[in-house]
Design a protein around this ligand. Structure first.
Ligand code: G6P
Length: 368
């Protein structure tokens, strides 16, 4: 089967547009839309209800998906989650409580460091689970429970649909865990189910921001450095925004937790530095907006990625605004992912970069 680009200029753009379908398949696997509840899932090799702790290891974009997962598992399921990049985890001999769950996230299922981390956990009395795209991969074969991404082959070296499928899988699993652990207040569970059910349509709507984002990319393509800020579960999306941009456009970018701005990166702010603030409206928006004001007072150019409510209240602080659909804050990181992917894509495409085959990068890193 030859995979074609169809009407798209690059595989990356095609894969960005496949995301509503990809996440719809994931949601369909875990959520019974008609009954507004969880679907009957295949039996697991572990029990969420009695798990003492979860350990997640992964590399690159998959690691950042896991970092978002930490916010969900800890806040919704009250399940402590340790996460590290696999290349650090595997060598530092972390003590692991017997009976814990070790989860590995990998598009290819073949990343050498992630596999080594898996084997370390397997020999340290952990239940092994993996979130993988390639079902017949080594990581999948060595796992007791496998959560497939169901997003089809990903050709672009920069991961897009695998990332949002990883996020959606982790969001669904955090809800499974929360239900089994009985940690959600009355009524919260149904709201979160509804949020996930609304996700595919929200991603389709987010894709409509593509032209506005292409306009913003014009300015970004002239920058030497770019700063991405986010708070809470949007912080890893800021990291992913910076990673995507540097991978394919070769512009230096850094992601920072918004609250850390004044502990370092603010020293870089001047009128040549675009600062991309990922801040859909939630209970923490006000805090992030005060960070935006600090940037603006120093001449920084703010690009605000938000939703209609956020734009109405805070849009005036920003030089440019991307408006994403209004969604439940639970799924906002997944929706915001589309915006940062499109920003990296348009910037790189505009600069004439080889978007699908960025220099020095490999799709799958099977050497250490
Ligand atoms: C490489 C790819 C990244 C990917 C990472 C982990 O660096 O270029 O896009 O996130 O490996 O790969 P995996 O297959 O384990 O998700």
């Amino acid at each position: 089967n030859v995979i074609e680009k169809g009407p798209y200029r690059h595989f990356m753009l095609k894969e960005i547009h496949e995301q509503p379908d990809a996440v719809s398949r994931v949601v369909g696997r875990y959520i019974d839309r008609a009954e507004r509840t969880l679907a009957q899932s295949p039996p697991l090799s572990f029990d969420f209800a009695t798990l003492p702790r979860m350990t997640v290891s992964a590399c690159g974009t998959a690691y950042l998906a896991g970092l978002v997962g930490k916010y969900w598992f800890e806040s919704l399921a009250r399940l402590p989650l340790d996460i590290d990049v696999a290349s650090e985890f595997r060598y530092r001999q972390p003590p692991l409580q017997p009976g814990g769950l070790a989860m590995f996230i990998s598009q290819s299922g073949e990343t050498a460091d992630t596999l080594a981390a898996l084997r370390y956990c397997a020999s340290n009395d952990q239940h092994i689970a993996s979130v993988v795209n390639v079902a017949e991969s080594t990581i999948a074969r060595e796992s007791g429970s496998v959560f497939p991404l169901l997003c089809g082959p990903e050709i672009g070296v920069a991961s897009t649909k695998a990332f949002t499928a990883q996020l959606t899988t982790l969001a669904c699993l955090s809800l499974v865990a929360a239900k089994e652990r009985g940690t959600l207040p009355d009524g919260a569970f149904e709201k979160l189910i509804d949020a996930l059910t609304a996700l595919p349509a929200a991603l389709s709507q987010a894709l409509l921001a593509s032209d506005d984002i292409a306009e913003i990319a014009r300015g970004i393509s002239k920058a030497k450095d770019v700063l991405f800020l986010g708070r809470g579960a949007l912080y890893p999306i800021a990291l992913e925004g910076a990673l995507k941009l540097k991978e394919i456009s070769y512009i230096h970018a850094e992601g920072y937790a918004a609250g850390e701005l004044k502990h370092g990166p603010i020293a870089l702010v001047d009128d040549t530095l675009p600062v991309i603030v990922i801040a859909p409206s939630d209970e923490l928006t006000d805090k992030t907006v005060s960070n935006m004001q600090e940037v603006r007072a120093r001449g920084g150019q703010i690009i605000l990625i938000t939703d209609p409510k956020g734009a109405a209240i805070h849009g005036s602080t920003a030089a440019q605004t991307v408006i994403l659909p209004q969604v439940h804050s639970f799924i906002a990181p997944i929706v915001a992912s589309v915006a940062i992917q499109l920003l990296a894509y348009h910037t790189a495409a505009m600069m004439g970069a080889d978007v699908d085959q960025p220099r020095n990068l490999a799709k799958s890193v099977t050497v250490e």
